[in-house]
Each structure stands twice: as structure tokens, then as C-alpha cells.
Design a protein around this ligand. Structure first.
Ligand code: EPU
Length: 418
């Protein structure tokens, strides 16, 4: 269990390159199950969740070759297994993304039911309802989802509420179904658009990804493709916030500012100085911030995956800000850790009130989930003294070499092996 030791108060400057999006790489890797031909993915982030997905694919029988740091080639000929086992799914809920592709191409899938997780209950009944609508028989027994089908049949499916991986699972399954599928009330995250681009490159017929309604004309088979994963908007926004809080002048490169509308707007309203080009964001830190409320929402709203990091920013803003978590019921575990560093935050149910501006001081803190760890790293960068952040395996799930990137920007951060 590694930890980070951060000595706060260094001014950050220079440029940082954003990696490919974890949450786009995971469905893209699952999509390789849809064809027997090789799929090459570029700009794949070197994060542990991606490694777990490689393990899931290899367990199923894929040849996964990592060609260099960020490119991989996956070919799934015959399967060894039709099961994503408990040990892998419990490590990473997104393993459930293999369900749709397996049923669509092989007519059978067994996937361990993901349990609760640190940020809430997170059921998958909408994934299962969509597969049933496409003609699969889905049973739950012994902690597993067991889905069977002949060739799936196109259908009209309306999601009860927006679900990112639910939309992705249904989209992937429908590409190989007989006839037309219409998915309504779809999530519209850029990662879904990226998946649709890959699927289209593989021969799928898809229209409308990124909007509420996605139409898919099923095809009998898909083929190999080469695709580059979209930049990680959550990582980009995390570095933008680092720049706002601890810059200097920080340039966040290789990103998609058009995917960062909500966080950039909120931060600008709070007083941050942010300029964008088509592929980069320049942040000038050191300007006074004032509080701005935020309510998390599906894209293009303010991402729940940035709520914790934004909370750290609001500890440095004058006045009280109300942060409402509308997506997950239990995503405030970072509050008590931020308090240990001196933040003045109260929370009740889905609302937190952050009173700023507070002086943060280094402390021993514990990461509780991926994005919570990022908010503690941000807090540590501006705290007086030394912070030891324990359980950084959470951050390694989704941020590629974050300590090296921050070090290059001038932070005083080191990874300690324990
Ligand atoms: N939900 C249901 N039933 C379902 C599916 C979802 O009730 O069948 C609920 C969830 O409990 C939640 C809401 O719907 O309250 C939205 O969940 P969603 O299904 O959209 O989340 P997800 O697909 O499991 C993805 C990201 C998360 C991100 C959320 C929301 C991936 C692999 N994961 O999860 O990313 O927080 O969308 O944007 O894409 C992270 O990267 O740190 C992370 C948690």
C-alpha cells in the first residue's frame, strides 16, 4: 500500500499532458469482444482499472498485447470462458461492461453482480432490462448475472434514468442485433461518443451518440479497427483546479476544452483566470476566489467525478458554497478527511456547505475512493506543512502517474512504498 508524501505550498508552473480517458478506455476494451479481428487502441491510459480490464479480457480468452506505453492490440478469437468472475468484478464494477458484448457475439455471459461500492449502491438493473428488451434471458443466481440469447433482436428501449455504462452496454449489444434499436433517455457523456466512434470504425451503424436518442441498425458482424481514446476530461479538470489553487501559470495540454464547459464556467465565475485553445487550457493561479454553488448532473452538467476536487477549491473561496451531489448517495467520504486538514465543511444527506476561505494544514489522511483521493492531493498541494496520503491505490486506478506529472509542475510530492 503506497502513500504520497506532499509538502505543500509550492507554486506550480509549466505544462502537463492529459492521458486518454479511463472511462472511455474501459468500454472500448470491452468492445473488442464484439469481433474476432484485432482492435488497436491508442492513447490508452496506464491506470490500474485498465489493467484490470486487460485481466478480464485475458481471462475470457483475449490476446491483449500492450505495444508501447499507451497503445494496445486486442484480439478475441475463441473464448476460454464466458464468465467475468467475482474476484475481478469486485475490484472494478466497470467489468460489467463485458456483459453486452459477450451476449451479443457469443449468446451467453456470466458476470458477477457488482456489490455496493464506496460511493453508493450503484445497481445494474437498467443494464439488465435493456438486454432483456433485446431478447436475452437474464437470470440472477449465486451472485452472478447469467444472460443467454440467440441472436439479439433490435428493440425500442427507454432508460428510466441516465446511466453511462448502462447506455454503453446496450449500445454495444445492439450493434450485432437483428434489425433496428432505438435507445432513449441515453447518457450523453463524451466517453459514449468515443465508444460509438470506435464501434462505427468497426463497422457498426450508429446515429445520435451524445444525444438523448441513439439509433442503431444491427449488422451480422463487426471487424477490426484502430482508434484513439478521447482525452480524460476529469484528469484535465483536476489539473486545471491544481493550477487555479497552486499556480503560477499552468498549461494543461492534449485535452478537449469543449468537454470541460461546466467546470471551466464554474471556476471562472468563482474568479479563476482560464483561457482555452482547441486542445489546451491555460490557468493563471493566485487570483482570489469567491464561492459558487454546484449541483452535479449528467453531462453536460457538472460531473460527479469532479465534485470532490471542486470542494477543495471552494475551501479557498471567500463565502459559503453549497455543493449538491445529485448522482450518488454516498459521495462525501472526503469531507471528514478535508476537515482533518482544516476545512470548514458540514454535510447533510446530499448537500455539503463549504465555508471559506480556510487555511489548510498538512495531516495524515486516507483516500477513500478515486476522486476523493484527487481532492486530497489538491488540498495537500496548498496545505501548510506535510501531508501523508494513505491508500493511493485508489488514485492509481484512474490517474496515470499523477505524482510524476505534479512533480514536473514543481510540486513537492513523493511516492513512499510501505
Ligand atoms: N443506476 C441505477 N441503476 C442502474 C444503473 C445506474 O440506479 O442500472 C444509478 C446509479 O446508482 C447512479 C446513477 O444511476 O445513482 C448514475 O450511474 P451510472 O450508471 O451513470 O454510473 P456508472 O455508469 O456506473 C460511470 C462512471 C463513473 C461516473 C458515473 C457518473 C465509468 C466506468 N464509470 O459509472 O465514474 O461517476 O458514470 O458519471 O464510466 C470514476 O471514474 O471515478 C467513476 C465513478
Amino acid at each position: 500500500m503506497d502513500r504520497f508524501r506532499v509538502r505543500g505550498g509550492r507554486r506550480l508552473g509549466g505544462s502537463v499532458r492529459v492521458s486518454g480517458a479511463k472511462n472511455a478506455a474501459l468500454p472500448a476494451l470491452a468492445a473488442t469482444l464484439l469481433t474476432d479481428q484485432p482492435v488497436t487502441l491508442n492513447n490508452v491510459p496506464g491506470v490500474n482499472d485498465v489493467r484490470t480490464m486487460f485481466r478480464v479480457l485475458e481471462h475470457l480468452g483475449a490476446e491483449a498485447v500492450v505495444e508501447n506505453g499507451s497503445s494496445c492490440r486486442v484480439r478475441v478469437g475463441a473464448l476460454k470462458e464466458l464468465e467475468a468472475p467475482y474476484d475481478l468484478v469486485r475490484k472494478m464494477r466497470a467489468s460489467v461492461l463485458v456483459l453486452g458484448p459477450l451476449v451479443a457475439r457469443f449468446g451467453r455471459a456470466r458476470v458477477s453482480l457488482p456489490g455496493g461500492c464506496a460511493i453508493g449502491e450503484r445497481p445494474i438493473e437498467m443494464h439488465l432490462a435493456a438486454l432483456r428488451r433485446l431478447g436475452a434471458t437474464v437470470e440472477l443466481a449465486h451472485g452472478y448475472v447469467d444472460a443467454r440469447a440467440g441472436r439479439l433482436e433490435g428493440a425500442e428501449i427507454t432508460f428510466e434514468m441516465k446511466t453511462v455504462t448502462g447506455t454503453e452496454n446496450a449500445l454495444m449489444a445492439a450493434t450485432l442485433a437483428r434489425g433496428s434499436t432505438v435507445l432513449r433517455n441515453c447518457a450523453g457523456e463524451p466517453e459514449i461518443v468515443d465508444l460509438a466512434e470506435l464501434l462505427r470504425a468497426m463497422g457498426a451503424r450508429i446515429e445520435g451518440a451524445g444525444s438523448d436518442v441513439i439509433r442503431i441498425e444491427g449488422v451480422p458482424s463487426l471487424h477490426g479497427a484502430v482508434h484513439s481514446i478521447v482525452p480524460d476530461r476529469i484528469e484535465a479538470a483536476t489539473f486545471i483546479m491544481a493550477g487555479v489553487l497552486a499556480g503560477g501559470s499552468v498549461s494543461v495540454e492534449a485535452c478537449r476544452p469543449d468537454h470541460l464547459g461546466a467546470p471551466i464556467e464554474r471556476l471562472r465565475e468563482a474568479g479563476a483566470r482560464i483561457e482555452t485553445t482547441e486542445t489546451s487550457v491555460r490557468v493563471s493561479g493566485g487570483f482570489p476566489l469567491s464561492s459558487r454553488d454546484v449541483v452535479t448532473a449528467p453531462y453536460p452538467g457538472f460531473a460527479t467525478d469532479l465534485q470532490a476536487q471542486y470542494m477543495t477549491a471552494m475551501t479557498q473561496a471567500s463565502g459559503a458554497s453549497v455543493i449538491t451531489e445529485a448522482i450518488f448517495e454516498n459521495r462525501f467520504m472526503h469531507v471528514s478527511e478535508l476537515r482533518r486538514m482544516g476545512a470548514d465543511i458540514s454535510h447533510d444527506g446530499r448537500q455539503a456547505i463549504v465555508k471559506g476561505r480556510t487555511r489548510l494544514t498538512g495531516a495524515q489522511v486516507m483516500a477513500t475512493d478515486l476522486r476523493a483521493s484527487a481532492c486530497l492531493v489538491l488540498a495537500a498541494l496548498i496545505a501548510e506543512g506535510t501531508t501523508d496520503l494513505n491508500r493511493v491505490y485508489h488514485i492509481d486506478r484512474g490517474y496515470e502517474r499523477i505524482e510524476e506529472k505534479l512533480l514536473a509542475l514543481g510540486a513537492d510530492i513523493e511516492r513512499m512504498k510501505t
